[in-house]
Design a protein around this ligand. Structure first.
Ligand code: GLN
Length: 198
């Protein structure tokens, strides 16, 4: 099993650390040839406009779309935006997931927050099903999820950030999370992704 981490901008090193701690071989992906032989790819958080522009400059857009057809890809935060069909702005997107996102939906950097989420699919890697502590940093919201994409998690009803709003989605082997599992020491989401990449 070998997983690439798109290393154009953002917190790719943190994803690599989590994967390495799970005993997974990882490489940094910057050029189309780097995708050869990978079982899956993680697109990190950062700034989606920058990631998109650099992906265009490095001629990665078409190779990534091709890769997405039969490999697992997981986008966290800016990475989720990059996977989406529409972000209400003109910026390069892969458009491989049937989701529409709203960037910076919770406000500015100072409005970043942490919250416990219920993510039922994580029971496949840990039956205990304890709440998932999620970190949101200038996060996007997943506004619309259209089949074949499906909702994996919403903010709890009691949340002042807007109960019921969608923060994680899946479409086959493609995953999008508004939050940053690579910034916590809970590796359940990474393990769930590795199951999809198998
Ligand atoms: N605000 C960033 C964007 O819109 C995403 C922030 C993040 O990845 N933490 O691209």
């Amino acid at each position: 099993m070998k997983i690439g981490v798109l290393a154009l901008q953002g917190d790719f090193a943190e994803h690599q650390t989590t994967l390495q701690n799970l005993g997974i071989e990882t490489i940094q992906v910057r050029l189309p040839g780097d995708l050869d032989g990978l079982n899956g790819l993680i697109i990190p958080g950062g700034e989606s406009t920058t990631i998109g522009k650099l992906a265009v400059a490095y001629t990665l857009i078409d190779p990534l779309r091709e890769f997405a057809k039969n490999h697992a890809i997981w986008g966290t935060c800016a990475g989720a935006i990059f996977l989406s069909k529409d972000a209400h702005r003109k910026q390069p997107l892969l458009e491989v997931m049937d989701i529409i996102v709203e960037r910076n939906a919770f406000g500015r950097q100072v409005d970043s927050f942490e919250i416990d989420l219920d993510i039922p699919v994580l029971k496949t890697v840990d039956p205990e099903g304890k709440p998932y502590h999620a970190v949101f940093i200038r996060a996007p919201l997943i506004q619309e999820v259209h089949p074949p994409a499906e909702i994996l998690s919403r903010l709890p009803e009691s949340s002042l950030k807007g109960g019921g709003r969608i923060v994680a989605a899946r479409q086959g082997h493609l995953l999008a999370t508004s939050f940053h599992p690579e910034l916590t020491d809970d590796d359940r989401f990474h393990r769930y992704f590795l199951e999809l990449a198998k």
